[in-house]
Design a protein around this ligand. Structure first.
Ligand SMILES: [Zn+2]
Length: 289
């Protein structure tokens, strides 16, 4: 195993969806851009830039349900994958106009969850739109439901189509994030675009649900991934030995260390930040909020 490579994490919902999608393919998927060569199955990066050793673990009460456009799971820069890395209860389904996975319908009907479709309120009947995550009790003596955020992981035109043509979503509340929430987030993250990638949308939703630790870990994990991805793409080594030290220090077990590490190093934070993968993705990417 190359230096720096970790043990790949067990497959999660997005990696399983990718495997299923690949199994159905009649021709190989050729990703545009990105590093060439063999990829680690755990993080999708070339082995020299594998970040599996840094994989954080953190609890979250909320869950995330990714409805993914056809080739989205195959894209090496898809950030829904990172959501599944961090949020244990992440579910992923491929979207099709003419069919729906019975497991998705079962998930939406599961009384432990309170689903919210995350989508811009301006495109939705006002009575469906909510701006806060309030969960109702599942029954007289039942525990409060857990929030389940449904994210449409797709380009914006695809996401609009998915929203319009998924009747099983019609009865669900639509969580529309407010402009002031978004501008605060943009300022804090030094984001340079108007759009957010799927992992950023999920981080915002987790924060709204009170899962602050998971939200911060997901943001940090996105920064780490972005740095490793861009360094690999440009055939540059990963920045210094700090990442290795972090892995040895046990970031694997405690996402808080990952956050602290990034916060302590503003240089690293900038270099790991959201200027490359995100900018590129955002141009063509989802506009869930
Ligand atoms: Zn890896």
């Amino acid at each position: 195993m190359p230096e720096g490579a970790g043990v790949p994490a067990p497959p999660h919902a997005v990696s399983k969806l990718k495997a299923a999608r690949l199994a159905r393919s009649t021709k190989p998927f050729l990703a545009r851009g990105g590093p060439k060569g063999d990829r680690c199955p755990g993080c999708r990066l070339v082995p020299s830039h594998c970040l599996c050793a840094l994989h954080p673990q953190t609890p979250a009460r909320a869950g995330v349900c990714l409805l993914m456009a056809d080739i989205e799971p195959l894209k090496p820069s898809n950030t829904g994958w990172l959501v599944a890395d961090v949020v244990a209860d992440t579910f992923a389904f491929g979207w099709a106009r003419t069919a729906v996975d019975p497991a998705l319908l079962a998930l939406l009907a599961d009384p432990q969850w309170q689903p919210f479709v995350v989508f811009p309120g301006e495109f939705v009947a006002p009575e469906r739109v909510v701006h806060a995550v309030e969960v109702s009790a599942g029954g007289a003596k039942a525990l409060p439901r857990r929030p389940l955020f449904i994210l449409l992981d797709a380009t914006w035109p695809e996401a609009r189509k998915m929203f319009r043509k998924s009747p099983y979503l019609d009865a669900l509340p639509v969580l529309s994030l407010q402009p002031e929430q978004l501008s605060r987030y943009r300022l804090r993250r030094s984001a340079r675009t108007d759009h957010f990638c799927t992992a950023e949308v999920a981080a915002l939703c987790l924060a709204l649900a009170g899962d602050d630790q998971a939200s911060a870990v997901l943001e940090a994990w996105l920064d780490v991934f972005t740095h490793h991805y861009l360094q690999a793409k440009h055939q540059l080594p990963v920045d210094g030995h700090g990442w290795g030290q972090l892995a040895l220090a046990g970031a694997v077990q405690d996402g808080a260390e990952l956050i602290q590490f990034l916060n302590q190093s503003s240089t690293r934070r900038r270099s790991a930040g959201s200027t490359g993968v995100l900018t590129k993705r955002s141009r063509q990417s989802n506009r869930l909020i």
